[in-house]
Design a protein around this ligand. Structure first.
Ligand code: GLU
Length: 277
């Protein structure tokens, strides 16, 4: 059975781009007689707000989008995230990183720059060189740290990886473009890639639909799936909606929110017409 999901972060009101993403996921499920799930990605507790979460429910209901089963909240899934993290740690492919953001930038500047990944300069791997004993001592002393995946070694271990995108076809994964990703931080047992991978698998999502901006992220998530022995969904990355200025819609563009359109008297049908691309 096809099961899709819409996974917004409650860090602002939904805009037309979100309406399109939700419609796309729901439509793919309905056409196949499948299920459409709603997952609230509220791991970033400093930016997530309950009123935005309520806004998501309000907007989706107004658009006429119903989802199957209870809403999944990422912040309530810490046990599953911790379990997956423990499995990765046991594989020996995870290391603690004690670098602050400032230190990473200074290190990159001193080296005359660093290769850029989709999210900016790639972590230069400073803490990968710390011996296990030193790392243990620093962790026991309570030094603040994140946990990173040694992506190159993990990729070597897993071997060739492929995944399927409904539009782009068969893709050969190259997870190295993000460098050694952060798996977890002190204040969060799972960062984005790990949480999404584990949550999609636990919810039985078989078709991940999302914007093209996350196309490259899939390579890393496939690597995590392999390491955690999770089933691999099919993907359908879709185009992003652009504003009149040609830039992708962002939560800062207040006028584009579904709430604002509703208050202007625009109907749900018209909103959906405007967001088909
Ligand atoms: N929460 C992510 C977003 O709003 C989507 C997560 C995903 O599809 O992997 O872009």
């Amino acid at each position: 059975m096809i099961r899709t999901r819409f996974a917004p972060s409650p860090t602002g009101r939904l805009h037309l781009g979100h309406a399109f993403a939700a419609w796309f996921a729901r439509d793919a499920a309905l056409r196949a007689g499948g299920e459409f799930l709603l997952r609230i990605e509220d791991l970033d507790q400093t930016r997530s707000r309950i009123e935005y979460e309520e806004g998501i429910f309000e907007d989706l209901k107004w658009l006429g989008f119903e989802w199957t089963g209870p809403v999944i909240r990422q912040s309530k899934r810490s046990d599953a995230h911790r379990e997956a993290l423990a499995k990765l740690i046991a594989s020996g492919l995870v290391y603690p990183c004690f670098c602050t953001r400032k230190e990473i930038l200074a290190e990159i500047a001193a080296a005359g720059g660093a290769p850029h990944g989709p999210n900016g300069p790639i972590y230069p791997g400073t803490c990968r060189l710390i011996t296990r004993d030193d790392a243990k001592a620093r962790m026991s002393a309570g030094e603040d740290h994140a946990l990173r995946l040694n992506v190159e070694e993990a990729t070597r271990e897993v071997g060739a990886m492929r995944w399927e995108d409904v539009e782009a076809g068969l893709i050969v994964a190259d997870p190295k473009c993000f460098g050694d990703i952060v798996l977890a931080r002190k204040d969060a047992p799972a960062a984005y890639h790990l949480a999404v991978t584990v949550d999609d698998a636990d919810a039985g999502v078989t078709l991940v639909t999302r914007g093209n901006d996350l196309f490259l992220a899939t390579d890393v998530q496939i690597l995590l799936q392999k390491l955690l022995e999770l089933p691999q969904p099919i993907y359908h990355h879709h185009k992003l909606m652009l504003g009149p200025d040609g830039r992708r819609l962002a939560k800062r563009d207040q006028s584009e929110t579904i709430k604002a359109l509703r208050e202007e008297g625009v109907s749900p049908e018209e909103v959906l017409n405007r967001c088909r691309i």
